[in-house]
Write a protein that binds this ligand. Structure first.
Ligand code: FRU
Length: 699
């Protein structure tokens, strides 16, 4: 293994050096899995976006290849074109005409290549006129294509680019927020289908084509379910329900940022049907973001009062002091408040005002969820500086025991959405809410109305991963429906550019296989790591069974280096205890530890990274990085529960036995935080079996 830097994953994909974000152009062809990815050839933060390239024959061992599509910069150093996210297909029937003759077969018939075609977003930072005469506006995002006749090694950009210059005329103003085309061959209609995103509108556009060059708009979908922030990197594909090839459903998979499950980036799925032109969501997969959860008690309803923050018992400090909700200081603020209704708890900042905090009265957490209606935003959105401290963000956070346990950053101005925070882990504890301006800048605001406590969540989305670090997930073209493989970017825009790794920044998740499974009468998207990962397992390093594991912690010896990269399998049944799990990467004093387990009372799988290691790379408040991440998974007291945990130096990925939940989280522990402990809390856990394999390096 030649990767030896601190935090360097050993069985996850990372670029040798520099910045990486979304997986792109995932396509299986001639025995090879291609992985293209958003890549900055010039640095360890976002910029000069190009398509990096790697291949694998088993989804485990990767070979780095030269950059496939490289950012275009003019002689003055202006970036003319960046290659944003997209997909790749193999045009086996040469519908595009990009094939080249390779020779003749024995009967004299010409044999043609099968071109690989990449469909991506051309992001044009600088206004210019292209050599083909097309006039490009500053900031424009259009869809373009390029082809390769040597299995993706070298690429030619189509001379007619872009193939979709702008969104439909009713969305003309979205010319700079139109991106991330996912294309696939739809055999029933013998057409190429594209789904692309109008990011700020939370709308997906579906197009069709005969030749990958001319595209016709067929339909649009959204906003829907988790209608937060920007919709990015959408895809659409079929899966079989319970392995039944006669029961096919279609799934939309997409990224949401900000507004993800914890904060920042999240991944949502929607199950439905697709007839070649239109996607229709299953009625069982719809959520109504305006419904207040049943049995909710209202903590504060700002809409029905015209009180100032102070009169409501909140304390306002910094630039927010004395700014009651009705005390708008500018006409613009008043307009926004008129749009949202009077009396909404609002923080706002114009110009360079704004360093301030509003803190709620203290309260005791009595129910499992805190939900609130939230709207807000920051503008202009600048992905180049997002999360770096230079953009505008307003956040609401929940503080328990002096730590922010949940936080949410203001979303798009036009969205007014419900959020629910699962606070089951803190019932009985004292808490307060804090609204903070994260940064100064030209404009940012956040509105909160009707904070309620309830025992059921606002059913806001079907999150595909309940952790903070799984985004822009994309699936492979070129494989059968029963082999739908997905890879996600194991990072979060809320802090992605600050994570303390060098000389590379960001890893991909392990490839996972997707399926649909009926669980408790509901069809759900399930996932498990690909089976080829088992080629990296060492022999079993630890294996033990306990009829009843007593309350407390017991150390497990795992030899180095496998104490930092391993697969842990836990099987257990509820006893008298309240929690069961493992502590990974802990040090002798327990000042560092990553705690993973199941909460029998809260009925959830959890990952606690509050003390996982370095948190200091985020230097703004509330720090969106530390956290306690929960995936609700109801069980019966007699159930044998299975959890599989993949640890790879600086990340954990947790899956349950059915694949119904996944939690992906980065961690940055010190090298010598390498102890492993098993624990049962508050009593016994029954029928425990633990098995640990080391993970060999894939590099
Ligand atoms: C998602 C994203 C995409 C865009 C790409 C740019 O992470 O913002 O929408 O195409 O990254 O690098």
């Amino acid at each position: 293994s030649y990767y030896t830097e601190e935090y360097r994953p050993q069985f996850h994909f990372t670029p040798e050096k520099n910045w990486m974000n979304d997986p792109n152009g995932l396509v299986y062809h001639n025995g090879k899995y291609h992985l293209f990815y958003q890549y900055n050839p010039n640095g360890t933060t976002w910029g000069y976006m190009s398509w990096g390239h790697a291949v694998s024959t088993d989804l485990v061992h990767w070979k780095h290849l030269p950059i496939a599509l490289e950012c275009e910069v003019d002689s003055n150093g202006n970036v003319l074109e960046m290659f944003f996210s997209g997909s790749a297909v193999v045009d086996a029937n040469n519908t595009s005409g990009f094939a080249i003759p390779l020779g003749k077969d024995r009967r004299g018939k010409v044999i043609y290549s099968q071109p690989m075609v990449a469909i991506y977003t051309s992001n044009y930072p600088t206004a210019h006129t292209q050599s083909n005469g097309v006039v490009i506006q500053e900031g424009q995002q259009s869809q373009s294509i390029a082809f390769s006749n040597d299995d993706g090694l070298t690429w030619t950009q189509y001379e007619g680019n872009p193939v979709i210059e702008s969104p439909p005329s009713e969305y003309a103003d979205q010319y700079n927020q139109f991106r991330d085309p996912f294309v696939f061959w739809h055999s029933p209609s013998s057409k190429w289908i594209m789904v692309a995103s109008l990011a700020m509108k939370q709308i997906l556009l579906i197009y069709s084509s005969d030749n990958l060059k001319n595209w016709a708009l067929e339909s649009q979908f959204g906003p829907y379910n988790a209608r937060f922030g920007q919709w990015e990197c959408p895809s659409l594909f079929p899966l079989y329900v319970d392995g039944n090839t006669a029961a096919e459903k279609w799934v939309i998979l997409m990224g949401i940022n900000p507004g993800g499950v914890i904060t920042g980036s999240g991944t949502q799925t929607i199950i439905g049907s697709f007839n070649g032109t239109t996607f229709v969501a299953d009625p069982t997969d719809v959520t109504d973001p305006t419904q207040i959860p049943a049995g909710a008690t209202v903590f504060q309803d700002f809409e029905s009062t015209s009180s100032t923050f102070e009169e409501l018992g909140w304390t306002a400090t910094g630039d927010f002091a004395g700014l009651g909700p009705q005390q708008a200081s500018t006409v613009d603020v008043w307009n926004i408040m008129g749009y949202l209704g009077k009396g909404v708890l609002t923080t706002y900042l114009f110009g360079d005002v704004a360093k301030g905090t509003i803190t709620s009265p203290k309260f005791t957490v009595t129910k499992k969820y805190i939900s609130f209606l939230i709207a807000g935003g920051y503008y202009p959105y600048n992905p180049a500086t997002a999360g770096t401290g230079d953009d505008n963000q307003v956040s609401i956070g929940l503080v328990v025991g002096g730590q922010v346990v949940h936080s949410q950053t203001g979303t798009d101005t036009e969205s007014l959405v419900w959020r629910s925070w699962n606070v089951a882990g803190w019932v009985g504890k004292e808490a307060y809410l804090v609204v903070t301006d994260v940064n100064t800048g030209p404009f940012a605001h956040l509105h909160v109305d009707e904070i309620v406590f309830s025992d059921t969540p606002k059913d806001e989305a079907n999150w595909n991963d309940l952790g903070p670090d799984y985004y822009a997930a994309a699936t492979y073209n070129g494989l059968p429906t029963s082999e739908r493989i997905v890879i996600g970017w194991m990072n979060n825009w809320a802090y992605a550019q600050n994570i303390p790794t060098t000389p590379w920044r960001s890893a991909m998740s392990v490839p996972r296989k997707l399926a649909l499974k009926t669980i408790n009468n509901k069809v759900r998207v399930v996932q498990q790591p690909v089976s080829s990962l088992s080629s990296l397992y060492t022999s079993t390093l630890y294996s033990r069974k306990f009829t009843a594991l007593q309350s407390g912690y017991s150390k497990i010896y795992v030899p180095s280096p496998y104490n930092a990269r391993m697969k842990v399998t836990l099987r257990f049944t509820r006893g008298t205890g309240t929690k069961f799990g493992v502590v990974l990467r802990s040090n002798a004093t327990n000042s560092q530890e990553t705690v993973i387990g199941y909460d029998f009372l809260g009925q959830n799988v959890f990952v606690d990274r509050f003390k996982a290691g370095d948190n200091s790379f985020v230097d703004w408040e509330p720090n969106p990085y530390p956290g306690y991440f929960i995936a609700t998974m109801p069980t019966k007291s007699t159930d044998a529960i299975t959890l599989t945990i993949l640890l790879d130096w600086s990340s954990v990925e947790v899956f349950d036995g059915l694949g119904q939940i996944a939690i992906t989280s980065q961690i940055f522990p010190l090298d010598d935080s390498a102890q492993v402990k098993l624990f049962s809390e508050g009593g016994t856990t029954r029928s425990v079996s633990v098995s640990i394999n080391g993970m060999k390096s894939a590099w």
